[in-house]
Design a protein around this ligand. Structure first.
Ligand code: GLA
Length: 432
């Protein structure tokens, strides 16, 4: 295994340690090391310093007592984030405006931290089955990390038009608009001036409510109309986070607001969400083209990996040979929500480790389910200095269908002057 061509390669200390740690007996290790030396190499040993080193290691294996059990047994308890980040990391001036961290608390051991930079959820801390505080969303410890390119949407409000608009173009009446294009040939989350990157004005109403407002100027990002947006976060005493959106415009425009939280119900920092059980109340979903724009067809989930009508592990079918999964490297599709009342969850996620369950309620017609396919642990500035690897979180973004301004068969996302945009989404957490 360590012989490459005719050169003997020394096993690294970490390889040896790993062998020791996994409790391979001393004799096996010695045998293994000895086995790695061919007779020919033994003859050349005087000249071969590397072989000498290997022999020394072999001798060491006989003299040093093996470590009986050094591998720390990590469980979700050890790795997850449990506290709100230090607020001082959020005191900053961005685009000439003050930014800070606001905290909501209820009387049932839950708290939510929000920054007005992107009207963004920084932490949602809820008790797990043992009553331990558990932060169930990914994020960073300071504003500077949120400003870096990479994953700029963690916990943010995305708009004015969340998700994709094909080629960044659409027409309203007899006027055509060309948006900034940021994601290949399409506009994603309204481009670099999308709401995730804007500073909202914050007003803490009480311990359980924060109101954030933003004025998006006519022409910002290429969109028509001065838009006044309000996002009201309410943490209720039954551990639900309600997000209420309102907006008005002075010209005909398009609007699609959502929150882009990345959830890991075993706690931010816990490795993957593929074992989480997911249920989505959707008989149909929207297949995409190779630029992630819906083809315009509705497809039944029946008999496909997209069938989450009954609880199923997120990863159960993710590895199946399926053109749609291949295009997105997993799930990154809009599900067409079945008719439901305000009291019926449109989706539910259950994490076995923490015992935390999340129910999603919304009045929106669609749900973008993204299985965190492109997260990577390269950056190590996640909360507590960790990297968030692929599929270490999932997004359930309640919204209108992507590219609606160009797809006449989809529900309309047009907002007219004099009309009020109003929408409510609630994420409710329990641990029973
Ligand atoms: C954004 C989108 C997701 C997904 C990722 C891919 O976060 O909101 O739906 O497409 O980009 O990196």
């Amino acid at each position: 295994m360590f012989i490459i061509g005719r050169t003997l390669t020394l096993p690294s200390i970490s390889q040896i340690t790993t062998l020791t740690v996994i409790s391979i007996k001393r004799s096996y290790l010695a045998l293994y090391l000895a086995h790695a030396i061919t007779l020919e190499q033994l003859i050349n040993m005087k000249k071969n310093l590397i072989c000498l080193c290997l022999l020394a290691c072999s001798a060491l294996a006989f003299t040093v007592k093996p470590i009986k059990k050094t591998a720390k047994q990590f469980s979700y308890i050890d790795t997850v984030n449990r506290t709100i980040p230090d607020p001082t990391g959020f005191n900053a001036t961005v685009q000439g405006q003050p930014v800070s961290l606001y905290v909501l608390k209820n009387n049932n051991k839950a708290s939510v931290a929000i920054t007005n930079y992107g009207a963004r959820l920084v932490s949602i801390i809820v008790p797990d089955k043992g009553g331990n505080p558990t932060d169930v969303i990914l994020g960073y410890d300071n504003i500077q990390s949120y400003q870096k390119r990479g994953e700029p949407y963690f916990g943010a409000i995305v708009g004015r038009y969340g998700n994709r608009i094909a080629k960044g173009k659409f027409t309203l009446g007899d006027k055509s608009y060309q948006l900034e294009s940021v994601n290949g040939q399409n506009t994603l989350h309204s481009g670099s001036t999308g709401f995730y990157s804007r500073v909202f004005a914050a007003k803490q109403i009480n311990d359980q409510q924060l109101q954030l407002t933003y004025f998006a100027k006519d022409g910002e990002g290429g969109f028509p109309g001065n838009l006044n947006v309000t996002v009201l976060y309410t943490l209720t005493n039954d551990n639900a986070l309600k997000i209420e959106y309102t907006a008005t415009t002075d010209q005909t425009t398009v609007i699609n607001l959502t929150n882009h939280a990345y959830f890991n119900l075993n706690g931010a920092g816990s490795k993957t969400i593929t074992a989480d059980l997911l249920k989505i109340n959707a008989d149909n979903y929207l297949p995409i083209d190779n630029t992630s724009i819906p083809t315009g067809k509705l497809e039944s989930v029946a008999g496909t990996p997209f069938d989450f009508r009954n609880f199923k592990a997120v990863g159960a079918d993710i590895g199946q040979t399926n053109e749609q999964l291949k295009l997105a490297n997993g799930y990154d599709h809009n599900f067409i929500l079945n008719k439901h009342t305000a009291n019926q969850p449109v989706a539910t996620v259950k994490a076995s480790g923490s015992g935390i369950t999340m129910d999603v309620y919304t009045d929106q017609p669609g749900l973008q389910f993204y299985s965190g396919n492109f997260l990577n642990a390269f950056r190590k500035d996640g909360k507590g200095g960790i990297g968030y690897g692929s599929r270490s979180a999932l997004c359930l973004e309640t919204q209108h269908y992507p590219d609606s301004p160009n797809q006449p068969t989809f529900p309309s996302t047009v907002l007219e002057p004099g009309k009020k945009y109003h929408s409510v989404t609630t994420y409710k957490f329990s641990n029973k």
